[in-house]
Design a protein around this ligand. Structure first.
Ligand SMILES: Cc1ncc(COP(=O)(O)O)c(C=O)c1O
Length: 405
């Protein structure tokens, strides 16, 4: 079949695939524990549900402006003012079908074929594929010291004549690392100095723990004009537990937003009217659900840290945000795909192989499920990997017998 070279270079989303695998096994009645998930389990805010149903029941669900309905753009403007300390104009804002589409439209708008985009590893699975989709070249860069916290030298040393943009995602998927303010400042300054676009993927920015303060990249920008190449990406998926609503946004200079809107207008005509109303209501509504989500996740994270600390051979850098941890399992198996498959087959625990995020030897374990999922899941993993564990493990009525060493 004559598919395009670009299309053929794009891999499946490992995380979405694992959701499917978990759902199939569950439907078969297998006692699967899904530690690979990427979405909070709570319900969407009531304000969002009411706004969506009210529009649907009106029966008048129409096309919207491709950059979003005025009510959503106003909500995003207010959000930006609250969390980033400046009030963008409506022309600085575009709503999208998820943060994913906002990033995609930005990449389409700024990149020509062969140009390069730098991002630290471990990275979100979609960045390399998104960059390749527009014919450009992903340049992942691993912190030289092997940690999850990049240093400015790591970024500097891979900048070349083809470099067009940098993407930062902090708090980070998959590591949960919160990059230090000093590093963000250095990158903002470096990008300004070198004329590079800087895409800040802030989708997890309110899901931070231990009393951390939000880091605002605008605090470090010296160029506050409409020529600024700073692009802020955010959305309702994670903080409002609204992953299925598919609403995200970009805030950037007016020319870029105009071009992104042209692109989005031809690609999708903009996101669904129903979901835009829901997102606006979530952003404008009672914010207690975000606080309680943060508290729940912090508690889950603490449990997971305790469980993993008691796990000989596993090394963990404690996540400061998100709902992911990225422990090093290389003591047990350096091949993360093989290890992840082994755990699924033997003890029905879904994990995501580190290699999907550009770092071998690690597994991504999510803590967005229940405490029971976390404790049972890690107990099963321990049982599967510890050669001194008893020969049998009960999962409910089911008896697992170790047939490996
Ligand atoms: C780092 C990162 N950016 C963006 C997204 C996509 O968010 P959305 O659901 O708004 O498309 C995700 C989702 O997993 C993510 O982890």
């Amino acid at each position: 079949m004559s598919l395009s070279l670009i299309a053929k270079s794009i891999g499946e989303s490992a995380t979405l695939k694992l959701n499917e695998v978990a759902a199939i096994l569950r439907a078969k009645g297998d006692p699967v524990i899904h530690l690979g998930g990427g979405e909070p389990k709570g319900k969407a805010p009531l304000d969002a549900i009411l706004a969506a149903t009210s529009l649907v029941t009106s029966g008048e669900v129409r096309y919207t402006p491709p950059d979003g309905i005025p009510a959503l753009k106003q909500a995003i403007i207010r959000y930006t003012e609250d969390f980033y300390g400046w009030r963008p104009a409506p022309e600085n804002v575009m709503a999208s079908g998820g943060a994913k589409q906002a990033i995609m439209s930005a990449l389409h708008a700024i990149l020509d074929p062969q140009e390069e985009v730098i991002f630290p590893a471990p990275y979100w699975v979609s960045y390399p594929e998104m960059v390749k989709l527009v014919g450009a070249v992903p340049v992942p860069v691993e912190p030289e010291d092997g940690s999850f916290i990049p240093r400015i030298q790591d970024i500097e040393q891979v900048i070349g004549s083809y470099t067009k943009a940098v993407i930062l995602n902090s708090p980070n998927n998959p590591s949960g690392a919160v990059y230090p303010a000093e590093f963000i400042k250095d990158v903002v300054e470096l990008c300004e100095k070198r004329g590079l676009w800087l895409i800040m993927d802030d989708i997890y920015h309110r899901l931070i723990y231990d009393g951390r303060k939000l880091i605002n990249p605008y605090d470090f920008a010296t160029d506050r004009t409409d020529n600024s190449k700073l692009i802020i990406i955010n959305g309702v998926s994670k903080q409002y537990a609204m992953t299925g609503f598919r609403i995200g946004w970009a805030v950037a200079n007016t020319k870029l937003i105009e071009v992104m809107t042209n692109i989005q207008g031809h690609e999708t005509s903009g996101p669904s009217a129903v979901l835009q109303h829901a997102a606006a209501a979530a952003i404008n509504g009672v914010q207690s659900s975000v606080d309680s989500l943060r508290t729940t996740l912090e508690n889950n994270r603490n449990v997971l840290i305790q469980e993993l600390k008691a796990f000989d051979g596993v090394r963990l850098e404690e996540p400061g945000g998100t709902f992911y941890s990225f422990p090093d399992f290389s003591h047990y198996d350096k091949n993360s795909v093989r290890l992840s498959e082994f755990l699924l087959e033997k003890v029905q625990v879904v994990t995501v192989p580190g290699i999907e995020f550009g770092k071998e030897g690690h597994l991504r374990l999510s803590f967005c499920g229940s405490i029971k999922d976390i404790t049972d899941g890690i107990e099963r993993i321990k049982w599967a990997l510890d050669p001194n564990a008893p020969n049998e493990l009960y999962i409910g009525e089911r008896k697992l017998v170790r047939d490996w060493s």
